[in-house]
Design a protein around this ligand. Structure first.
Ligand SMILES: O=P(O)(O)OC[C@H]1O[C@H](O)[C@H](O)[C@@H](O)[C@@H]1O
Length: 544
């Protein structure tokens, strides 16, 4: 779609409609339609989604769907699944969905039998994982591997760590994982301080294998390992494996390509968890559970690819997010998992959504005239309730929130899960319906306190519920959000699959590094603020 989306009749209609919705309260919408809570719900695979507590009517949903039709969402989705180069600025296909196609599927893209290549890597990963988990793969001194340290950053860290934490209840291989990402030396220091190199395996994950942080951490890990195993460089072969798209750079680093698991340029970093990037997760839960996770992803992919727009759950949720961002003025979006195991899920989603949709030009390079890129944030409930929910309940901002929960706990202890879930149900109801001044006064509240205790309500939430957090439902949840992000990107007519904005800071860090360490610093091209900060730093480090 070349024209500015805001000039379309569909966008204009939503703008007019938003004025009506601003005057409507969820209390009235529920009172007017006793079936609303059953009707405005949907299912995708094993996920039950209740969107009835959103600031929408049937008309809103109709208008949003019309907007999706107008911008050709279905065509863009079909183009992605077919392997078209929809990442135009990098001239790449976008095929993370191919990572979870079943073995029996077929897809050839740019002359590559994608399914065969994906399955071949999965088979190698599974064989390796079985050897490590069974103790058949031993370290340099003959000890089995007990700890895996994943070294990577961005998509090469956030996905694996989030999934490892999420699926801890399924960890059964006697292998525990740690994750090192930051170039802050305290990260690698803290990760290995209490480890025995003889039983430690490093998985160095980097799509490009040129990321400064990851290479610096991997070099330090190698130094630590070799020093700890008597200085024998041969130890590296038994204690280092790599995950990357670049054979050559892995080789240059000194890791045997035999110990490398590949993926492809059509897998974006923030979409790479279901590729070999998830190796540490497979080492933890085993190949069978990993396959269940992939099947979960695939179930939602199929729904997204085939369900009509008006019943397509990722489409619907993406459109709701556009509704709040562009028509009702929301600036942020909270994601609140009522599952301690999902405690890294909001952090993972931050990269997924902000690196994807944090763009200000359309696919053809024209500046956008509307907001893009949701700011996702959140913490697990109930912890967040005791921290920031106050602002959502009684602050001045509109913060749409996704509440995620599971009917069955992974560990059932007394009535704790029932108490936990009662909070989940209570919060969305309190946010939607609040408490009027009359209700507060009727409780005997002194008049001067009434305004402080009034809860306006009308705060929109979506509830996502599954029976249990399993590898399958976990995969479904991640795929759901991936496709929500794409839906938004298509409406905004931006490219969700490049990330040029992170480049400048990297280039400048490399340019500035010699000024921090060198004796003869030449500050010619450095602005006065940065130069003063660096001079101060140099003084403290004794480099005058
Ligand atoms: O996997 P790597 O090539 O090391 O990249 C790691 C990360 O760094 C980059 O700066 C990108 O912004 C991310 O999208 C990427 O996930």
């Amino acid at each position: 779609m070349a024209a500015d989306v805001t000039t379309t009749a569909e966008w204009q209609a939503l703008r007019t409609h938003a004025d009506e919705i601003r005057e409507t309260h969820l209390r009235d919408l529920f009172a007017a339609d006793p079936t609303r809570g059953e009707r405005l719900t949907a299912e995708v695979a094993d996920l039950y989604v209740d969107y009835s507590k959103n600031l929408v009517t049937d008309e809103t949903l109709r208008l949003l769907t019309a907007l999706a039709e107008r911008v050709g969402l279905a065509e863009r989705v079909a183009a992605m699944f077919s392997g078209a180069h929809i990442n135009a600025t990098e001239d790449r296909a976008v095929l993370h969905t191919a990572l979870r196609l079943p073995r029996s599927a077929s897809l050839t893209v740019d002359g590559q039998d994608v399914v065969a290549d994906v399955q071949a890597v999965l088979d190698r990963m599974a064989a390796f994982a079985r050897r490590v988990r069974s103790g058949q793969w031993v370290g340099h001194t003959g000890e089995r591997i007990r700890t895996v340290v994943n070294i990577g950053i961005g998509g090469s860290d956030l996905g694996p760590v989030m999934a490892y934490e999420a699926l801890k209840a399924f960890a059964d291989g006697g292998v525990s994982c740690r994750f090192v990402s930051n170039i802050d030396p305290t990260d690698i220091h803290g990760a290995v301080a209490d480890l025995d190199p003889a039983s430690t395996l490093f998985v160095v994950v980097s799509k490009t294998f040129s990321t400064q942080e990851t290479l610096a951490n991997a070099r330090e890990a190698r130094r630590w390992l070799v020093a700890g195993l008597g200085g024998d460089e041969a130890a590296v072969a038994r204690h280092f494996v790599a995950v990357s798209t670049s054979d050559q750079r892995v080789r240059d680093f000194g890791i045997d390509p035999e110990n490398m698991f590949g993926f492809w340029d059509w897998v974006g970093g923030r979409y790479s968890l279901p590729s070999a990037v998830g190796l540490s997760v497979m080492l933890s839960v085993g190949p069978e559970r990993f396959a269940e996770m992939l099947a979960g992803y695939h179930a939602v992919d199929e729904h997204f690819r085939t369900a009509p727009l008006e019943r397509n759950v990722p489409v619907l949720m993406g459109l709701l997010n556009v509704w709040y961002t562009n028509f009702l003025g929301a600036q942020t979006h909270a994601v609140l998992p009522y599952s301690q195991y999902l405690h890294r899920f909001p952090a993972y989603l931050q990269q997924l959504t902000m690196e994807s949709n944090g763009k200000s030009v359309t696919v053809d390079g024209t500046p956008v005239s509307y907001d893009t890129g949701e700011i996702f944030w959140g913490e697990p409930g109930t912890n967040g309730q005791h921290a920031f929910y106050q602002l959502i309940h009684q602050g001045t901002r509109l913060v749409p929130a996704d509440f995620i929960a599971f009917s069955e706990p992974n560990h059932d202890i007394g009535d704790m899960h029932d108490l936990f879930m009662s909070n989940f149900f209570a919060q969305t109801a309190a946010l939607a319906f609040g408490r009027t001044a009359e209700q507060v006064a009727a409780e005997g509240t002194p008049a001067e306190l009434v305004p402080h205790k009034v809860m306006a309500g009308n705060h929109p939430t979506t509830s996502i519920v599954a029976d249990r957090l399993t590898p399958a439902t976990f995969g479904q949840l991640v795929a759901l959000y991936e496709h929500i992000v794409l839906t938004e990107g298509v409406i905004w007519n931006i490219n969700p699959f490049d990330q040029w904005g992170v480049e400048l800071g990297k280039v400048m860090a490399n340019q500035l590094a010699p000024l921090l360490t060198g004796q003869d610093a030449e500050f010619a091209d450095v602005d006065s603020s940065t130069a003063t900060l660096i001079r101060r730093y140099r003084r403290h480090r004794g480099r005058h």
